[in-house]
Ligand binder design. Structure first.
Ligand code: DOR
Ligand code: ZN
Length: 352
């Protein structure tokens, strides 16, 4: 039976939420990843040093807490009790002053910028991209080597939002050449072209955007659990994403954008955006890379590239996957994962 070992897998874009949801799903990422970049779009968003530190504490506490109903998780194996998992924290972008940034810098790994209202809990985001207004913050971030992670979508036609945002990436990358800018969850050929245009641009790619196109979301019966922002695009876009992921392009990292919502919030009139992949991401990635004969590149895509881009050294964790059926649970504590009830070709055998 084929098996494959990954060292220190990292998820460089993860929504862990807060409260009960955090306690219910946090361990699923902590089990198989060494660390993750934690998104700040809580209500209210994480925007002070105190909030950031307190949120990190809640995460650490939650991943040490065993789920009340362990049976539901039998298939994924045991939980790690101390986490063995580093939450790399982010702040929600606002025009912060330099003193504030200097004070908080050692607590955070990046700052996440959302255009106002573009997705879940982003109302407090950036309203208009006035480069001069943003300059003091972005120059200070560049000096302190704090990366800027960006949800790159305009409020235009939904299929064109990411492509329309390319001008803004271009402007940011040109005006702030020393600032590391991460184009989050890219979904288009336009974004891949932009990646190679500027040395200071990087990108994350989700696993769902490597697998689905808009057809899977809305081509037949509407699939609420595949609805997310940015929406999955055309097969041609997916093919380009797959190409750079499989070759483990050194400026590209895995970021799941796993975004849990309660089942009722997805299966309702007014479906919340987000695909929940945290517990199946590594199994799916193994399958994709193996089918394409590129399993040897998965280590770079899922960890090494992120370590170099962010300059992080995660704690040791060794995850062994085997080519053995894994039946995806229908729900994880009331959250429906991608491919619920279906069988995946790879499963996690062991975590050390
Ligand atoms: O689909 C999404 N869900 N995209 C985002 O950018 C945010 C996320 C969420 O927080 O639910
Ligand atoms: Zn996200």
């Amino acid at each position: 039976m084929k098996q494959h070992t990954l060292l220190m897998p990292l998820d460089m874009h993860l929504h862990l939420r807060d409260g009960l949801m955090l306690e219910n799903i946090g361990s699923l990422s902590a089990y198989s990843f060494s660390g993750a970049l934690i998104m700040p779009n809580l209500v209210p968003p994480v925007s002070t040093k105190e909030e950031l530190i307190a949120y990190k504490e809640r995460i650490k506490h939650a991943i040490g807490v065993e789920a009340a109903d362990e049976d539901e998780f039998d298939d994924i194996g045991e939980f790690c009790d101390d986490g063995g998992f580093e939450p790399y924290m982010t702040l929600f972008y606002q025009n912060y002053d330099e003193n504030f940034l200097a004070d908080v810098a050692e607590e955070l790994t990046a700052i996440k910028l959302y255009p106002a209202g573009i997705t879940t809990n982003s109302e407090g985001g950036v309203k208009n991209f006035d480069i001069e207004e943003m300059r003091p913050t972005l120059e200070a971030m560049a000096r302190m080597d704090i990366p800027l992670c960006v949800h790159g979508e305009t409020d235009g036609f939904v299929m064109d939002r990411e492509a329309e945002f390319m001008n803004i990436y271009d402007e940011l990358a040109t005006n702030f050449p020393d600032l590391k800018i991460i184009m989050e969850h890219i979904t288009t050929k336009a974004a891949v072209d932009m990646l190679d245009k500027h040395a200071n641009l990087y990108a994350t790619i989700t696993v769902h955007h490597l697998l689905i196109s808009l057809d899977d979301v809305a081509g037949g019966m509407l699939k609420p659990h595949l609805f997310c922002k940015p929406i999955a695009k055309r097969p041609e876009d997916r093919a380009v994403l797959l190409k750079i992921a499989l070759e483990a392009h050194p400026k590209v990292m895995f970021g799941s954008d796993s975004a849990p919502h309660p089942k009722e919030a997805k299966e309702s009139c007014g479906c919340a955006a987000g695909v929940f992949t945290a517990p199946i991401a590594l199994q799916l990635l193994c399958d994709i890379f193996e089918k394409n004969g590129k399993l040897d590149n998965l280590q770079s895509f899922v960890s090494d590239n992120a370590q170099s881009i962010y300059g992080i050294c995660p704690e040791f964790k060794e995850v062994t996957l085997v080519q053995e059926d894994f039946k995806v649970p229908e729900t994880y504590k009331g959250v429906v994962p991608m491919y619920a009830g279906e069988t995946l070709a790879w499963s996690i055998e062991d975590v050390d």
